[in-house]
Design a protein around this ligand. Structure first.
Ligand code: EPU
Length: 417
């Protein structure tokens, strides 16, 4: 299995072009099943989860072509299966995004119930409750959810907890339902807006995306479209921290600075210079930063997907900080690895108390999930000496050519096959 070797201590300097957002590309691929016309999606990042999603679509009779880099052409006119098996759901939880599109397209869907994962229990009860409110009959059998409906009927769908993929599933169910659906306490993440734009260009009637209430008027059919995926705000954030942690200077291009506002505010509080310039962000670290507390929450709050990377930065900050994780109940798996590098962190319940140390020291490290892997690479870039990060497949699931991008701006990083 591949490993990543990092020799820490280099200041990063240069430009990095940001890729398309993984968490916007996956729902767009699922939404392509809502029409039998051809759908073309651009700015799709080439990463593990997109490959898994392409394979999944292939298994149900959908043709996914990748003739040009970062462009997918999806033709689901011969879709011939309505089952999403355990083998695929267990490798990628976002497979649950096929629940609504397959139900709408086939009248019935069999989706393996995802189990718990490295960052928490992650149930999909709210997706199910929403579909039931729209008239779907749902039962659980042998670990599979079996949902059926003739045509869904619009209704008021209230989310007890804001859920990103839950909101996306209900949006995809509502666009072809009879009448109006109002999704209340809807997720407001930029990926929701990206999906709404795609659905609108297919002919859907959607208002209010980006606010607490999304209203959708069902239509009788949708057509093919061309759609472009938004830039990845978490990749952007990861490289912002890379500049800060190495005391370097990076210009991140082709991104949307407004999507990273919570992180930008925190980086400035910490003493890092951040300039927003149109679709670019310039980040300048000076090698010294103060501790600041962070507390994760749904967008526009501080993203849980940036918590581990920001913690890497806090390990060498001046002073102490409290990191509170409010979205997932088990997202501190990176702490044990950071402690092996000399970090001073204590976890109590949903908070981690981080006391800055003078320096981290390189060590053999093990990644446990996608964002934890990224945080270990960041810590290793700043550490004294060599680190090897194993279980790199986690990283490859969600970052496009990360070590290549870091190498070009001066990191001493290589992939060991
Ligand atoms: N929740 C429920 N019931 C549900 C759905 C969610 O209790 O039916 C809870 C979850 O357990 C969690 C909270 O609601 O405590 C929020 O979870 P959400 O449903 O928003 O997460 P998700 O849709 O499964 C997406 C991203 C994650 C990201 C979260 C939060 C995709 C494909 N995944 O997951 O991305 O962390 O939103 O922003 O969009 C990642 O990219 O590394 C990643 C994990």
């Amino acid at each position: 299995m591949d490993k990543i070797l990092v020799r820490g201590g280099n200041r990063l300097k240069g430009e990095i072009v940001i890729s398309g957002a993984k968490n916007a590309a996956l729902p767009a691929m699922a939404a392509s099943l809502l029409t039998s016309d051809k759908v073309t999606i651009s700015n799709v990042p080439q990463l593990g989860d997109v490959k898994t999603a392409s394979k999944l679509l292939g298994e149900i009779g959908v043709i996914v072509e990748n003739k040009k880099p970062n462009v997918l052409e999806i033709d689901s006119s011969d879709l011939n299966r309505n089952e999403v098996p355990y083998e695929l759901v267990k490798t990628m939880r976002a497979s649950c995004l096929l629940l609504a599109p397959l139900l709408v397209r086939c009248g019935e869907v069999r989706l393996s119930l995802p189990g718990g994962c490295a960052i928490g229990e992650r149930p999909i009860n709210l997706h199910i409750k929403g579909l039931e409110a729209m008239g779907a009959k749902i039962r659980l059998e042998h670990g599979y959810i079996i949902a059926s409906a003739n045509r869904l009927v619009g209704n008021r769908v209230y989310f007890d907890t804001s859920s990103v993929t839950g909101t996306e599933n209900i949006m995809m169910a509502a666009v072809l339902a009879e009448g109006e659906t109002a999704i209340e306490n809807a997720a407001k993440e930029p990926e929701i807006g990206c999906l709404a734009n795609m659905l609108r260009s297919m002919g859907a009637k959607i208002e209010g995306d980006g606010t607490d209430t999304i209203k959708i008027q069902g239509v009788s059919s949708l057509s093919g479209c061309r759609h472009t995926i938004i830039p990845d705000r978490i990749e952007t954030g990861t490289f912002m921290v890379a500049a800060a942690i190495t005391g370097g200077e990076l210009l991140l291009k082709d991104t949307v600075p407004q999507h990273s506002e919570a992180l930008i505010v925190k980086l400035r509080e910490l003493g890092v210079e951040v300039e927003e310039k149109g679709s670019s962000i310039l980040v300048r670290g000076n090698g010294e930063h103060r501790s600041v507390d962070i507390s994760t929450s749904p967008y526009p709050g501080f993203p849980t997907d940036m918590q581990a990377q920001f913690m890497a930065l806090l390990t060498t900050a001046q002073g102490s900080a409290v990191v509170t994780e409010n979205v997932f109940e088990n997202r501190f798996m990176h702490v044990a690895e950071m402690k092996r590098m000399g970090a001073d962190i204590k976890v109590k319940g949903k908070s981690a108390f981080v006391k800055g140390v003078k320096e981290l020291s390189g060590a053999p490290l093990m990644a446990t999930d996608l964002r934890a892997s990224a945080s270990l690479i960041l810590a290793a870039l700043a550490a004294n000496g060599e680190s090897t990060i194993s279980r790199v497949y986690h990283l490859d699931r969600g970052y496009e050519r990360i070590e290549e991008k870091l190498l070009r701006v001066g990191a001493n990083i290589e992939r060991l096959k």
